[in-house]
Design a binder for this molecule. Sequence first.
Ligand SMILES: [Zn+2]
Length: 305
Amino acid sequence: MTSGKSENIFDNIQRLPVNFEEHKFNDWIVKYTKSHILHSQCNTSHHCKENPHDVCQYCLYNNTLELPHLPEMVFPNNVLTVKHDSGVQFEFNALDALKPVKNSSMALKVAYADVWKESRDPNFLEEKFKPFDWTFSTDYKGTVSGDVVVTQTEERIDIEKLKQKEKILFYHELMLFEDELHDNGIASCTVKIRVMPSSFFILLRYFLRVDNVMVRVNDTRVYHEFNTNHILREYTSRESGFRDIKLPLPMFGDPNLLSPHLPLRNAINEKFTFKIKSEQTKQEIDNKVDDPHTEGATSNKMEEM
Ligand SMILES: [Zn+2]
């Protein structure tokens, strides 16, 4: 593990929040940036009109997404990337996460209309039933680039292996967007990464709770064992009406606890295969031995991350 460019600059300024880190783990560079939320208006409208290809972030989001409004909190600079020597890259960012949000259909209205109507006053109802998905539901699975072959796979991420005690070399969590649905619940999208000596694991999660109506958890898990030439990506969408699951109320606030109880609605299992650099790497795979369990920071306390 080597330190990022930020370290030298910030060595003497301990209190400054870290908003950038870059580390190399084997053939991978793991990097994140983070910063303030998206401004609520354009402050350079003249410039943005004159230069459509060099607009501010507010205009970029509004022009790209064409939604009636954005989530209350959007973090345009919160970006996680993992990049392999071969050029293959997995990136997680808020703009791409919001692109799948539908600006015309209203799936929730159909599925949970009765419960929804019972629990809302008519004024709120009317406002909320504008023809776009105000839950910001997304099936975003990350932004993949580079020379990679994608196939459906029967292989699964070895969750038991992830639960084993293994030293955590790096951990970080980023919020991509969040909206409190006018105090009627929450819609949030977060991404977490942890890197261990043998592998890295990323969990991208969209979580929706419409109070007293329904909950939805869309998870994307990305897993790579170092010195192999592939990445496994598992997407699951789980969802339930409040009435269909009998659980203590506090559990509805915690997607980690809630998720295992929600019926699976959709699952996509993919394998991303890429070229590894040298014969030497292949040799290493053949000779690979499991890393002994290590004391110190361990992963068993973070089963869901
Ligand atoms: Zn602008």
